[in-house]
Design a protein around this ligand. Structure first.
Ligand code: ATP
Length: 235
């Protein structure tokens, strides 16, 4: 049984078909990458999985068929997303943003414990907990977005372009943290423009082109694929 499974998954913007019949599975504990060029439909796919866009076809989470559920209902079922561009609340402080990630939770004591864990994971955020989030650096905002998503206690974390716009050293730090998260029993579906980084990090990957999956397999195999090398690894 897969944690997430999509079949014949379709998303349109009016008449424009952005995702055209995608099938994809994510097993418990896996780190899966979804790569593809600009406009391939990766963000659209993630948004539809987490309830931000309507879709047609099938989506199963934990073997339950999901249809027309809102984001908050999906968060309750263990699905959290770190959106492209981070989507933090710029006028709220770091600590208020983190608390927003737990707004559906009633378990006050464990919420407090989870906040401490987020600060342990991101000491930089702890130092800046009173700072207005809009004034954080790009890397700090990415940390905050991840920390906030973790407050939903996800089984499955969707990450959209976590490396975007960050200096290499910060990318390294963010991926170190994503690795820690993955070994703490959180399954990860990672969308990345940086195919090399994504394939080195994930055990399996899907390649998306013009709204469809064109290739899939173990990352180590895909890295050897001549098409992947040429189109995505710049070799
Ligand atoms: P990128 O890596 O550049 O973010 P992507 O693979 O995430 O690309 P999407 O953002 O999902 O691609 O876009 C897929 C297609 O859907 C593109 O052709 C895009 O122009 C189109 N699209 C995205 N958002 C909208 C929208 N709100 N209305 C109409 N078309 C859209």
């Amino acid at each position: 049984m897969s944690l997430l499974s999509l079949s014949d998954f379709r998303v349109s913007y009016g008449g424009i078909k952005a995702v055209k019949g995608v099938s994809l599975t994510v097993e418990y504990g896996e780190v899966i990458a979804l790569i593809g060029s600009n406009g391939a439909g990766k963000t659209t796919l993630l948004k539809a999985i987490c309830g931000l866009l309507k879709f047609e076809g099938n989506l199963k989470l934990d073997n339950n068929q999901i249809k027309n559920l809102r984001c908050d209902q999906l968060v309750k079922r263990g699905l959290s997303m770190v959106p492209e561009g981070r989507g933090i609340f710029g006028r709220l402080t770091v600590s208020e943003n983190i608390l927003m990630g737990a707004f559906l939770r009633k378990d006050k004591i464990t919420v407090r414990r989870d906040i401490s864990q987020v600060y342990e994971m991101f000491p930089r955020l702890a130092e800046r907990r009173g700072q207005v989030a809009g004034t954080l650096s790009g890397g700090e905002q990415q940390m905050l977005a991840i920390g906030r998503a973790l407050m939903g206690r996800p089984k499955l974390l969707l990450l959209d372009e976590p490396s975007m716009g960050l200096a290499p050293i910060m990318v390294e730090k963010i991926f170190e943290v994503i690795h820690q998260i993955s070994i703490s029993n959180v399954t990860i579906l990672l969308v990345e423009q940086n195919a090399k980084l994504a394939l080195e990090f994930a055990s399996r990957a899907y390649v998306m082109e013009s709204g469809s999956i064109s290739l899939q397999g173990r990352s180590s195999e895909l890295m050897k694929d001549s098409l992947v090398k040429q189109a995505y690894l710049g070799e």
